[in-house]
Design a protein around this ligand. Structure first.
Ligand code: FES
Ligand SMILES: [Fe+2]
Length: 411
């Protein structure tokens, strides 16, 4: 059935309903997309100290991410090598070693089995370490790959992205706030919605205060007559900010590698008015700036990855988003707001001011996803055409997705 669906896909059009509803497609999404590609799952600030761990449900698997005494962050399958018990049931915590609650097999933070009582003399603990999962940090953003052999392209992405990301010094941040939103819709509806700003003016009164609609797949050169004034303002702002970025040595040019196996896109974008942050007054939400920034009027750096993340980095804080499928019609959207690790709540920032633009935007997007999920379930649903002027990045997401499935699923 999946091969028929893939064969019938009309370029430039939304997907057929089964892609958003069927168990069979969902199983392939987990196996192929989430099972074989680099998936953004968290940030280094999730595990600031040795022994800190987080457990992530990814593609039907549970993975423990833990910081070792050597400060290295590693990932292991959350499966005891004795009789398979989950090692940790909590979403996060802190341990000296990973001790299985069932018969107390004990693993150190590098995954070695260091204690297993009552085992026979010929039992070899060194053959029973935790199974590792590929984990890479891109300037503080954590990505996992569940496949035995990791997907190609992470190094190429890192080479492009490190110079863009490193000025924001994500490794020196803490999580000021995190939200988990469970949306009643397929994960691809969440991603498609993220890849366009066609809906921004009508749906996002808060987000469109700091952000222009351009940069998200809509280009000012093709603005409709009634949007020309806004397009001209954007182009003025872009020219001014490009001057600021180049004076500060910040790379800003758009890079679009969305068709790569490890696909991504980035660019710096102006922010309106004060130009500082994704806040309602466009000013910095945290007085303690990130990295070596000495001024907040820096606009923002945006970064999108296939298949499941997007991020915005300002001079004062960063917001990261990760999309994890739960079921064919249920998806977790996890959002983290990161500030300088020495920033003090109440003195340097308030959670409300820091988070209100994206909290409101997430909620509006959730409602758009859920009403689309309801519509695609209907017998009258038929995939409609994407706007070439505003939904080119949605098309690129779906092209990537269908190409990845075609590569791994027999016709
Ligand atoms: S299942 Fe983990 S110690 Fe027995
Ligand atoms: Fe949106």
């Amino acid at each position: 059935m999946l091969s028929d669906l893939l064969r019938r896909r009309r370029p430039g059009h939304a997907l057929e309903a089964a892609f958003y509803t069927s168990d069979e497609v969902f199983a392939q999404d987990l196996a192929v997309i989430f099972g074989r590609h680099w998936i953004h799952v968290g940030v280094e600030a999730d595990v600031p100290e040795p022994g800190d761990f987080v457990a992530v449900n990814l593609g039907g698997e549970s993975v423990v991410i833990v910081r070792g005494d050597d400060q290295e962050i590693r990932a292991f399958h959350n499966v005891c090598r004795h009789r398979g018990s989950r090692l940790v049931m909590e979403a996060q915590g802190s341990v000296g070693n990973l001790v299985c609650p069932y018969h107390q097999w004990t693993y150190d933070l590098e995954g070695r089995l260091i204690s297993a009582l009552h085992m026979q003399p010929d039992f070899d603990p060194s053959c029973h370490g935790l199974k590792p999962v590929h984990l890479r940090s891109l300037a503080g953003l954590l990505f996992l790959c569940l496949a035995p052999e990791a997907a190609p392209g992470f190094d190429a992405m890192a080479e492009v992205m490190e110079p863009y990301l490193s000025p924001h010094n994500l490794r020196n941040t803490k999580i000021a706030h995190q939200t988990d939103l469970v949306e009643r819709g397929n994960w691809k509806l969440v991603m498609e919605n993220n890849r366009e700003c066609y809906h921004c003016n009508a749906s996002h009164p808060e987000l469109t205060i700091p952000l222009f609609e351009y940069g998200f797949g809509t280009y000012p050169e093709t603005a409709a007559p009634e949007h020309r004034e806004m397009a001209a303002q954007y182009q003025l702002a872009e020219a001014e900010f490009t001057g600021i970025w180049s004076a500060c040595g910040l790379p800003s040019a758009e890079v679009d590698r969305l068709a790569d196996v490890t696909g991504f896109r980035t660019m710096r974008l102006p922010i309106t008015e004060a130009g500082e942050s994704h806040t309602l007054d466009t000013r910095a939400a945290s007085r303690r700036l990130l990295g070596n920034f000495t001024q907040a009027r820096m606009g923002g750096l945006s970064f999108w990855t296939q298949p499941n993340s997007w991020h915005h980095f300002m001079a004062d804080h960063a917001v990261t988003f990760c999309v994890l499928p739960i079921g064919p019609e249920e998806t977790l959207v996890r959002t983290r707001w990161l500030v300088h690790q020495d920033a003090v709540e109440g003195r340097d920032y308030s959670i409300e001011n820091l988070t209100q633009v994206w909290q409101a935007t997430n909620d509006q997007d959730r409602s758009l996803v859920e009403r689309t999920a309801a519509g695609v379930r209907s017998s009258a649903y038929e995939p409609g055409p994407y706007s070439q002027q505003t939904e080119g990045l949605v098309d690129k997401f779906i092209d990537w997705y269908t190409n990845r499935l075609r590569e791994h699923c027999p016709a």
